[in-house]
Design a protein around this ligand. Structure first.
Ligand code: NOJ
Ligand code: CA
Length: 710
């Protein structure tokens, strides 16, 4: 996805551009091994302290502008054999390095990313001779550490639990979703840390009960705000061959401890030395926008592992999808259970008349998507098996290669290609991973044969084999293997219900999207949800949020339905800017867009790849205002979204080039727009603007504003 900039000329240009004099790229210092160690960020605003406790246990703490944001917190592991790798350590050696470099992403919010930190590796041996290093990196916007087991006599370590503590410096405000081994599809709660327990108990969060997880367990990325107004975020980076980490709060001491996701075995993680765990990351900023802007998670991931990335491209797509989600049509071809699912013999099946993915209907979408400049069209319900898949704990559901009788795969691909767009594949695995792995080669080969270059995969339901969970070590390895195998076949991946991303798209940039949070498929989310996701879920990588709903009354699809999409049209447009993704869907139906082609113009025109991003102002779960410059162009695009309260803001255009006149097209909420009572009222105005001008933004409750400046 990127190359470290080693070319000297490029480096000088970048330095000049940023008016920044870089320190020598890397240097090393030896340090006394015995005593406490301090590690400062490049500017000195963040400081991390390390020491061994009297019991010989590693312990760290973090200050930010002099305030202790993580109090002394111990580290280590509990093993399955009853032993610990936690106490009785002695420090063998401390090595310090610094690094300041830039890398260029294949796609992203900016065309170059700075990776600037000071690092320290503490090499230790415990009482039983196990060698363990802890590597720390401190940036100006956060601190991180990971455990490293070097090559040694101990070959396999069976971890029962990781014992990393994150001792909070107070009763911070948290935006959190409950700990869960299988889903992140929750709306966020906002509470003090001390209130998490009562919130969980009051809402009787069902998955807590199902998994036996603690009522004070939460998922990452966890957004926090200190009483002094600092913004923090706890997450992990580079989750490879390891279970996802949840956090369990002791709500008396305000200490979070890592809580790894279990799988089938007694060991939550089985690691073979040499081994590096994922990074544990504490992001920190004076401003909320600093959390939106930090690249620390990508910086902690390995550089691009793919040699050829020429086939990876940002993608704007439509889908034969919303009509199934809203109940207008069905994924399945028949309602009658008069067919043999074991053989997928549909010869006697009676069509239900509501199947969405018919050749005729798909052509209608292809025509509209091609006419309006889209890159791809997703089609769900194209393959046999949808009659009997949901919640089925069986090993054979879909084969991912057999189309329904009314879906002509060859003709539709030819038709799409003749109009300049591609079809996007859909693989719903129903969580049956052994079945998917059995069919995966053939499924990807079928895609190559017909010219599909992107797959939306999904993992709805309980994971098979039984006992595995959505975020366990074994399952995480499957997700990554599927991405690597797809890369070999030049296929981009957008995985739904997979583990929350941790920046692996830097290493495997064909991972162009994930869901791993509540997206538009939930029709009734509060508008504030869209203003928390960029602070939380999106810190690990882009989300396939599927914005762009224009018809908010969903009874249009299902007569009598009381369902409403809770947003204004301008809000839906703004999401293409505020909710970064190289993969953006226009989720509504062609016939709904046809009714509002003036507003649809923004979706047609808005880029999906950027050279520069400025987060102008934001507050978690309240509002976000962002400006982005198109990659390879001069135009700027602004998005603003508001929660249920709405938001007024004076947008100063000081990011524009001087001495130029731009045309701003403003897609705004109408004065009487409201996400509940008048969601489809918008006004589009055009005006000339220059650097330094101010545009007053008025975002209705649940509303937003989208602006093109060209
Ligand atoms: C859940 C996914 O999030 C949704 O987008 C998809 O349509 C269904 N599963 C069916 O696969
Ligand atoms: Ca989902």
């Amino acid at each position: 996805m990127q190359k470290i900039i080693t070319n000297f000329t490029t480096y000088i240009i970048l330095m000049n551009k940023l008016l920044y004099i870089a320190a020598p790229a890397v240097f090393m210092l030896a340090s006394c091994a015995g005593g406490p160690q301090e590690l400062s960020s490049p500017s000195g605003n963040i400081k991390l302290n390390f020491r061994l406790t009297d019991a010989g246990q590693p312990e760290y703490s973090v200050t930010f502008d002099g305030e202790e944001i993580v109090c002394p917190s111990t580290m280590g592991f509990e093993l399955v054999n009853g032993e610990n790798i936690a106490q009785g350590f002695k420090v063998d050696k401390v090595t310090r390095t610094s690094s300041d470099s830039y890398w260029v992403p294949v796609w992203g919010e900016n065309d170059s990313i700075r990776d600037n930190y000071n690092a320290m590796t503490v090499a230790m041996t415990d009482k039983s001779g196990v060698k363990m290093d802890i590597e720390f990196r401190v940036f100006d916007d956060g601190a991180a550490f990971r455990y490293i087991f070097p090559e040694q006599a101990t070959k396999t370590i069976e971890i029962k639990e990781e014992l990393s503590e994150f001792a909070m410096g107070g009763d911070y405000t948290a935006w959190w979703i409950p700990g869960d081994y299988d889903t992140q599809e929750y709306e966020y709660n906002r509470s003090k840390l001390s209130e998490i327990r009562s919130f969980s108990e009051a809402s009787k969060i069902e998955n807590v009960a199902q998994t036996g997880f603690s009522p004070t367990g939460v998922q990452t990325s966890l957004m926090l705000k200190t009483p002094s107004g600092k913004y923090l975020n706890l997450h992990e980076a580079a989750l490879v061959d390891y279970p996802a980490m949840h956090l369990n709060l002791n709500d008396t001491t305000m200490v979070f401890t890592s809580w790894l996701t279990p799988g089938r075995g007694e060991a939550k993680a089985v690691v073979n030395t040499p081994f590096k765990t994922p990074w544990r990351v504490i992001m920190a900023s004076e401003k909320a926008t600093g959390i939106l802007a930090t690249d620390i998670i990508y910086n902690l991931n390995e550089p691009n592992a793919l040699e050829d990335v020429s086939w990876i491209h940002p993608t704007k797509y439509m889908g034969v999808w919303w009509e199934m989600i809203t109940g207008k049509t069905s994924w399945s071809y028949t309602d009658a259970h008069d067919f043999d699912l074991a053989t997928f013999d549909y010869s006697k099946a009676k069509p239900n008349g509501t199947h969405g993915a018919t050749t005729e209907n798909v052509k209608r979408y292809i025509d509209f998507a091609a006419e309006n400049g889209f890159d791809e069209l997703l089609i769900e319900g194209w393959n046999v098996g949808w009659e009997d898949w949901f919640g089925k704990e069986k090993d054979y559901v879909f084969d991912f290669v057999t189309p329904y009788p009314d879906f002509d795969i060859e003709e539709l691909n030819n038709y799409a290609h003749s109009k300049g767009i591609k079809l996007m594949m859909h693989h719903e695995t129903s969580g049956s991973i052994p079945n998917y792995e059995k069919h995966m080669d053939a499924a990807y080969d079928l895609m190559n044969k017909y010219g599909y270059d992107a797959v939306k995969s999904g993992y709805v339901g309980h994971i098979l084999p039984k006992g595995e969970t959505h975020y366990s070590q074994w399952t995480n390895n499957h997700y990554l293997n599927a991405i690597k195998k797809a890369a070999e076949k030049k296929i981009m991946v957008n995985a739904h219900e997979a583990v929350r991303p941790t920046g692996l798209a830097r290493t495997y940039p064909n991972l162009v999207g994930n869901e791993s949070a509540m997206g538009t498929e939930y029709r009734n989310m509060k508008p504030s949800h869209e203003a928390i996701l960029p602070f939380t879920r999106l810190k690990g990588g882009p989300m396939d949020f599927t914005p762009g709903i224009f018809t908010m009354d969903l009874s249009e699809f299902v007569p009598g339905s009381k369902e409403r999409k809770l947003a204004t049209v301008a809000n839906q447009l703004a999401l293409y800017v505020t909710m970064y993704s190289p993969l953006q869907m226009a989720a509504d139906l062609p016939e709904n867009y046809a009714k509002k082609m003036d507003a649809f113009k923004f979706i047609k025109d808005v880029p999906v790849d950027w050279s520069k991003t400025i987060y102008i102002d934001a507050e978690p779960a309240e509002y976000i205002i962002a400006a982005r410059k198109a990659k390879g162009g001069d135009s700027w695009w602004v998005g603003g979204i508001a929660d249920e309260k709405g938001k007024d803001y004076d947008l100063k255009l000081d990011f524009l080039d001087p001495d130029r006149v731009y045309t701003a097209t403003i897609y705004a909420d109408a004065p009487d727009a409201h996400y509940l009572t008048n969601p489809e009222a918008y006004v589009i105005t055009t005006t000339e603007v220059r650097k330094g001008d101010t545009i007053p933004l008025r975002m209705a409750p649940g509303g937003g504003v989208a602006i093109s400046i060209e």
